[in-house]
Design a binder for this molecule. Structure first.
Ligand SMILES: *[C@@H]1O[C@H](CO)[C@@H](O)[C@H](O)[C@H]1NC(C)=O
Ligand SMILES: *[C@@H]1O[C@H](CO)[C@@H](O)[C@H](O)[C@H]1NC(C)=O
Ligand SMILES: *[C@@H]1O[C@H](CO)[C@@H](O)[C@H](O)[C@H]1NC(C)=O
Ligand SMILES: *[C@@H]1O[C@H](CO)[C@@H](O)[C@H](O)[C@H]1NC(C)=O
Length: 508
């Protein structure tokens, strides 16, 4: 008994001595899904004794209890204001261009924001965590404060995460996120993948990086060139998990924490719980995430959806951001906001119709609900293809949506048990881990603080120039040696032959 008590005292003492750190988390990107990932991260750190100051461009109401929120009200505007993504050009080159420019706009607006500038001198921070999508200039903040930096990526290893971490990602089997390909590419897809990868690289290094350098120098006099601190971080947490994203090589500092945002399901509001409990034929949950407003779809698309839903016996729970849905069939229930994680956890939910964003995908696999995916842009097409190849989803590109295709897909997934079996398998893979994703996140944040940036994890490819990395210098050298040897042999051979012939001529 005494032993148990003293053991407990030691354990409690140990837990209490985990160092509390002052953390600055910068999640400036306006898309709500990125912001929500940041909120989940800040909550986990705050619940584990860290003081977190969370900077974002989306309001939180009511204000968070566990951490300090600094709301930058002019950053969302800098991304070009509100966009209807259903009309967005889905060409991957155009997407790369748009994302690069949005990144420049929002990073610039963040650095210039007076509230943000004031924050930097208001406290002494121990760590900066930065959402690392097209935000190179903000890396300088950690350099300026002279504290370690940890990066977070809302997606899996992306092309510029690979650049700044020296991660090995050949275009032969690692598709660029924007192409929508999976690892199994045909010859021409590999051609396309290589070309877009080169285009992204050139755009980032001829437009992106130099502009970010200007942004930093505009705001901090005497700032060094961006190349001097661009590789400052040694650890990047990725919102991916091999149960849903494809397995890829990762350098030791790149850590999968996909699924960390998923909380233990809470009790549903009474009306929703009754609805879910009492739907005799089960419930279909339909949501296109936080970025895509389903009320912004064209009238034609809405008609298509209603036509299909009205033929089903299941109840359809639809996240619809308007007050009314004209011609709504009786089995369709609309709500402006729905607690997605708690709904997916309910046993009576038979199918999730989703856009295939990473957060939704991770949640549906965690709760083992099969899907019909209607991907729109960015990583969604790739996610949907992968979900289909894992056997737990059917997949229709948004621009190809017709009522026949949708009805066929919905009926397939509802009637064939194969989809549920596959998603259960994936779910058990996702849950089979030594540490939960949230614990992994916490471990690595503490690790980076304990080891002052954890620079021992950096791979040495970062010290090489690109032509050294691809061994072009060595190849040229070897080719030169080969050519020289061939020429030498030919010369020797010829001169030998020459001597012989001259001998012959002499003997004649
Ligand atoms: C965290 O915040 C509390 C309350 O503001 C403060 O007393 C404490 O010193 C802070 N911890 C660190 C490590 O700064
Ligand atoms: C940053 O924003 C300011 C104000 O909008 C603008 O004048 C400046 O040109 C921007 N800088 C870059 C590099 O885009
Ligand atoms: C719904 O069903 C669950 C389990 O069957 C039950 O515990 C809960 O009380 C029910 N809720 C309502 C509102 O009927
Ligand atoms: C779509 O339908 C609504 C209501 O039925 C109507 O007010 C609106 O003008 C329609 N929009 C288009 C683009 O046809």
């Amino acid at each position: 008994m005494l032993r148990v008590v003293s053991f407990l005292i030691v354990v409690i003492f140990f837990i209490n001595t985990i160092k509390c750190a002052e953390i600055l988390a910068i999640f400036h990107s306006p898309p709500k899904s990125m912001h929500l990932g940041g909120v989940a991260l800040a909550e986990i750190l705050a619940e584990n004794k860290h003081n977190v100051t969370f900077v974002s461009s989306v309001e939180i109401s009511p204000p968070p209890r566990t951490f300090t929120h600094v709301f930058l009200d002019d950053v969302a505007e800098a991304s070009g204001g509100h966009m209807n993504y259903f009309n967005m050009n889905t060409n991957s080159y155009h997407q790369a261009y748009l994302l690069e420019h949005i990144g420049i706009g929002v990073s610039n607006a963040t650095i210039r924001n007076p509230k943000f500038k004031q924050l930097l001198s208001s406290k002494k921070f121990d760590l900066v965590i930065l959402e690392a999508i097209y935000s190179d200039s903000l890396i300088f903040i950690a350099e300026y404060l002279n504290v370690p930096l940890l990066l977070y990526s809302s997606v899996d290893a992306f092309y510029f995460s690979n650049f700044i971490f020296g991660n090995y990602a050949p275009a032969s089997f690692i598709p660029n996120l924007l192409t929508g390909y999976t690892s199994d590419m045909t010859f021409f897809q590999r051609v396309d993948n290589l070309l877009i990868s080169i285009a992204c690289y050139l755009m980032h290094y001829t437009v992106g990086i130099p502009t970010h350098d200007i942004i930093v120098k505009d705001n901090f006099r005497n700032a060094p060139h961006i190349a001097e601190y661009n590789n400052k971080a040694s650890v990047m947490l990725l919102n991916s998990d091999s149960s849903v994203t494809q397995p890829v090589p990762l350098v030791p500092g790149m850590i999968d924490i996909g699924g960390f945002h998923i909380k233990k399901p809470k009790k549903l509001p009474r009306d929703l719980e009754e609805l879910l409990n009492n739907s005799k034929h089960g419930v279909i949950y339909f949501s296109l995430g936080s970025l895509l407003q389903s009320s912004e779809m064209s009238n034609q698309t809405i008609k298509t959806l209603i036509e299909v839903f009205s033929k089903l016996k299941e109840t359809v729970l639809w996240k619809w951001e308007d007050e009314e849905l004209p011609e709504k069939p009786p089995n369709v229930i609309i709500k402006k906001w729905l607690p997605q994680n708690d709904i997916l956890a309910h046993k009576n939910v038979k199918l999730f119709i989703t856009h295939g964003g990473l957060h939704s995908l991770l949640e549906t696999v965690y709760h083992a609900v099969p899907c019909v995916m209607i991907p729109v842009f960015f990583d969604q097409k790739r996610n949907a293809k992968r979900a289909q190849s894992c056997g737990f989803a059917e997949n229709i590109n948004f621009e190809e949506l017709t009522s026949e295709k949708l009805e066929l897909a919905v009926r397939k997934v509802l009637n064939n048990p194969k989809y549920t079996e596959s998603v259960k398998k994936r779910s058990s893979i996702m849950r089979d881990k030594p540490l939960s994703p949230a614990e992994t996140l916490l471990f690595w944040v503490n690790y980076v603080i304990r080891h002052n940036g954890a620079h021992h994890l950096k791979v040495s490819s970062l010290k090489l120039a690109w032509y050294q990395y691809f061994l072009l210098d060595v190849s040229v050298f070897l080719a030169a040696c080969l050519i020289f040897s061939i020429l030498l042999i030919r010369y020797l051979f010829q001169s030998m032959m020459g001597k012989r012939t001259t001998k012959k001529i002499k003997t004649k």
